[in-house]
Design a protein around this ligand. Structure first.
Ligand code: ITT
Length: 188
């Protein structure tokens, strides 16, 4: 089976992408010996995904896939967006979603979406990219402990429940990551 290197250190992403991308053997860049911190100084999901994919591809001299994603909240002007992983000073999943709930205290418009931009970068410079989104609302308190990141506080419009209570299969059927990956597969 063809191997694909994922330029990510996020275990939640790796697990989901492994389960959805069964056409390839998905391995993490860590498994390939790449352990460097990558500075994500782009201004968009696309720029950050490209930085990650290109850095890993250049280091290993192999094609690499990166996923840059986050939650965009309408009443916060799209924040935390590309800063989702480092929203709170501690930067843990729990401290991040707790800060989001705090910043939405008393706010009625809870509309939010997850966005995922994937970039597949080949040595030589070929870029294949696709973006996916999934819509919902930010809950008032966490529900469930499944998934990762902001899943426990995200009510999915497609599933009619929190991604914290949805199974991985349910989430993977409607997620921003799935939608980006399906488009990317067609382009690959
Ligand atoms: P890599 O850059 O190493 O891939 P990261 O966690 O830093 O890992 P991002 O910069 O793309 O990745 O930040 C994504 C953050 O957005 C992630 O840490 C979560 O807080 C949030 N997020 C993205 N997808 C999510 C999902 O499916 N469910 C819940 N939260 C998600």
């Amino acid at each position: 089976m063809k191997k694909i290197v994922l330029a990510s250190s996020n275990k939640g992403k790796l697990k989901e992408i492994k389960h959805m991308f069964t056409e390839y053997e998905v391995v993490s860049c860590k498994d390939m010996g790449f352990n460097d911190e990558i500075e994500e100084n782009g201004k968009t999901f696309y720029e950050n995904a490209l930085i990650k994919a290109k850095t890993v591809s250049d280091a290993l001299n192999l094609p690499a896939l990166a996923d840059d994603s986050g939650i965009c909240v309408e009443s916060l002007g799209g924040a935390p967006g590309i800063y989702s992983a480092r929203y709170s000073p501690e930067g843990t999943d729990r401290s991040n979603y707790e800060l989001l709930l705090k910043n939405l205290e008393g706010v009625k418009n809870r509309k939010a979406k997850f966005v995922c931009c994937m970039v597949y970068y080949k040595p030589g410079g070929e870029i294949i990219t696709a973006t996916g989104e999934t819509e919902g609302e930010v809950l008032y308190a966490p529900e469930g402990e499944n998934g990762f990141g902001y899943d426990p506080v995200f009510y999915s419009n497609d599933l009619g429940k929190s991604l914290g209570v949805a199974t991985e299969e349910e989430k993977n059927a409607i997620s921003h990551r799935r939608r980006a990956l399906e488009k990317l597969k067609e382009l690959l």
